[in-house]
Design a protein around this ligand. Structure first.
Ligand SMILES: [Fe+2]
Ligand SMILES: [Fe+2]
Length: 274
């Protein structure tokens, strides 16, 4: 697929913004750009999505074509071909920001989501939830809502953890009133004929009548793969919110005996054989 360089650079906020992006961030942006372009090309062909997106069976048939499983966390697999790279060690008492820098980077997707949440005047609990909502995918992808909530719930407001846990479920269910449609990307990721498993359906039923329904819903509303054309994405605007709402343990993440300390340690040392 050909890429229109000018349109791509403009979509990132112009040449100056691109110049300030590191190599990983550029590669990530390019990947999203190509995905979006592909979506548009498919739509432009004027054929039904079902003819262009894979089926569940086709995706299942790909399982045995890979040396890893799709659910493996991103720190365990090289996603750009070739071998994995040596990871920079974390400091002895690592903070959330250390994990962002050394394990979650470039974290473009969550930074974009949180940037949008901040721009649209969401609560600090939601902005924090958006900032953290997919970061656990470095460790584990299946059920990332539940894994993510567990990773963070000892350290963040209950509403933020609720939003992280359940955004995964609400991604499958449109809510046009709230401004959320089923993502085209999910046709490609899960198959166009995908039906969420029973526990997701049951969770959705529970959420519909929950007084906190809008917390995870607002994460899905901000859960986009698009750069704000005028903003350079960075964690800096969120430092204060993290300071106010993230209870950084003095021993460092992984060493405070919290229920998720082992998850932080695994992220710290993913090369450990046992
Ligand atoms: Fe997610
Ligand atoms: Fe997301």
């Amino acid at each position: 697929m050909e890429i229109d360089r000018r349109a791509f650079i403009a979509s990132l906020g112009g040449a100056a913004v691109v110049a300030g992006m590191d190599h990983e961030a550029k590669a990530d942006a390019l990947e999203h750009h190509l995905e979006e372009q592909l979506d548009r090309a498919v739509a432009a062909q004027g054929q039904g999505q079902s003819e262009k997106y894979p089926t569940v069976a086709e995706l299942e048939a790909q399982i045995e074509t890979r040396p890893f499983r799709r659910g493996a966390g991103s720190v365990f697999v090289s996603n750009r071909g070739g071998n994995v790279k040596r990871l920079e060690p974390l400091p002895a008492k690592p903070t959330l920001l250390d994990f962002f820098r050394l394990r979650f980077a470039p974290a473009n997707h969550v930074l974009q989501s949180a940037t949008r949440a901040m721009k649209t005047g969401m609560s600090e609990e939601i902005i924090l939830a958006c900032l953290l909502h997919d970061t656990v995918q470095a460790l584990m992808k299946p059920d990332h809502g539940w894994w993510g909530a567990q990773l963070y719930e000892a350290y963040i407001p209950e509403k933020s953890a609720f939003a992280i846990r359940y955004h995964q479920t609400l991604r499958f269910y449109p809510d046009p009133e709230a401004g959320y449609e089923y993502p085209d990307q999910y046709y490609r990721t899960f198959g166009h004929d995908y039906v969420p498993p029973q526990y997701i359906q049951d969770t959705y039923k529970m959420l519909k009548n929950h007084k906190w329904y809008m917390e995870p819903r607002l994460v899905t509303v901000n859960d986009l793969y698009a750069f704000d054309p005028n903003a350079k994405v960075s964690i800096d605007p969120f430092i204060d919110i993290i300071g106010r709402h993230f209870k950084q343990p003095k021993e460092g993440l992984g060493y405070d005996n919290s229920p998720s300390a082992h998850m932080w340690r695994t992220l710290t040392r993913p090369d450990s054989p046992l």
